[in-house]
Ligand binder design. Structure first.
Ligand SMILES: Cc1cc2nc3c(=O)[nH]c(=O)nc-3n(C[C@H](O)[C@H](O)[C@H](O)COP(=O)(O)O)c2cc1C
Length: 354
């Protein structure tokens, strides 16, 4: 089976990157797939803000922007799947090419710019999902590029997906929508979080549900910004932070010709800096916020490093560009081995251990 995956991943890699992605989604949508790996090693079962997970290894946002294949990705072995980023109105995103593989660096640069089919198509697909699924499905919400009131876009998104998903992520860290990252500043985040708290309270009263609300942050933050973000998130009842989105930095180590492309860098070169920022959030939060680690995970050792730095769960995307979904069970197996080797009997025991 892994030969099958390896071959499929090699064939897909021969295509132009965005065409390859479209082909992958189309293949997954057929429902064909020789595997059902949604049963993980019991040592990996854990919880994330009260949501039971079979594995702490989730799919990061951006792979399934339109919520087309969350069940297929759970079957591929992810413990949870984040769909989106979705914006209220459909939007084309930036002109192609806008997705670049940096093969020699095991990295990706993207400047997709929130291309997506919009909230109604997204919500209809979430609505059609079976209530019983093998892991949580989250909705990652954003703002349209031309929105006159960006904060209102987030409020509209939260309201629409609230009843339809298991958690919601507020994406204020994409580098590809001009000005979006400014929402990470104290006053802007306080205003946004205040608006979202009102929506949340209203929907909670109406539905009796209260799915966790996460904020996804950039890796390009200094220690002061990390402290301010942490305290602001806490004061508005945000449940957790996803650390991190892609980076605007271009490490000196990059050797691929495409390293100069504009956009966010992800994959292997993001592993160390994003884990450092995750550790800083862990120190700032002192256990008061749940953290989800993302950025450069390609192995169980990488996932384990994020957990030890303070992540209760992790997400990955770019490594799949190189290895295909067959990498997911490998990462899970290696993570289980690492936990056992260090004498842990659960993921939760290792959170923040190192
Ligand atoms: C092609 C591509 C598209 C992405 N789109 C989104 C997105 O729409 N929303 C979002 O929050 N993050 C998006 N991301 C960021 C990922 O979710 C993740 O945070 C980041 O890539 C770091 O993880 P990785 O190194 O495992 O890819 C995207 C990443 C890539 C490579």
């Amino acid at each position: 089976m892994s030969d099958f995956h390896g071959l499929a991943a090699r064939l897909i890699r021969m295509l132009e990157p965005e065409t390859a992605h479209q082909a992958t989604i189309a293949a997954l949508k057929t429902g064909l797939g020789p595997w059902d790996l949604s049963k993980a090693d019991p040592i990996l079962s854990t919880t994330l803000c009260g949501m039971p997970l079979m594995s702490p290894v989730g799919l990061a946002a951006g792979f399934d922007k339109n919520a087309e294949v969350p069940l297929a990705m759970l079957r591929a072995g992810f413990g949870f799947v984040e769909c989106g980023t979705v914006t209220p109105l459909p939007q084309a995103g930036n002109p192609r090419p806008r997705l670049f593989r940096l093969d020699a660096d095991r990295a990706v640069i993207n400047r997709m710019g929130f291309n997506n089919e919009g909230l109604e198509a997204f919500a209809a697909r979430l609505q059609a999902l079976p209530a019983k699924r093998s892991g949580p499905v989250g909705a990652n919400i954003g703002a349209n590029k031309d929105a006159s009131d960006r904060l209102a876009d987030y409020a509209v998104g939260l309201k629409r997906v609230f009843d339809l998903c298991d958690y919601v992520t507020v994406n204020i860290s994409s580098p590809n929508t001009p000005g979006l990252r400014a929402l990470q500043s104290k006053d802007a985040l306080a205003e946004l979080a205040g608006r979202l708290s009102e929506v949340r309270e209203e929907r909670r009263a109406a539905t009796g549900r209260n799915p966790p609300l996460f904020v996804k942050v950039a890796p390009d933050l200094d220690d002061d910004e990390i402290i301010v973000l942490t305290e602001t998130a806490l004061s508005f009842g945000i449940d957790g932070l996803i650390v991190s989105n892609t980076t605007l930095a271009r490490p000196d180590t990059l050797s691929s010709d495409q390293r100069g492309e504009a956009g966010g860098l992800s994959g292997a070169p993001l592993m160390t800096p994003s884990t450092r920022v995750l550790g800083a959030f862990h120190a700032a939060a002192q256990g008061r916020l749940t953290l989800i680690g993302a950025g450069g995970i390609a192995s169980g050792a990488d996932a384990y490093a994020k957990i030890r730095a303070g992540a209760s769960a992790v997400q990955l995307y770019s490594a799949m560009v190189y290895e295909g979904p067959g990498l997911v069970p490998r990462v899970a197996r290696e993570l289980a081995e690492r936990l056992r080797a260090d004498g842990f009997t659960s993921v939760a025991q290792a959170v923040g251990a190192g």
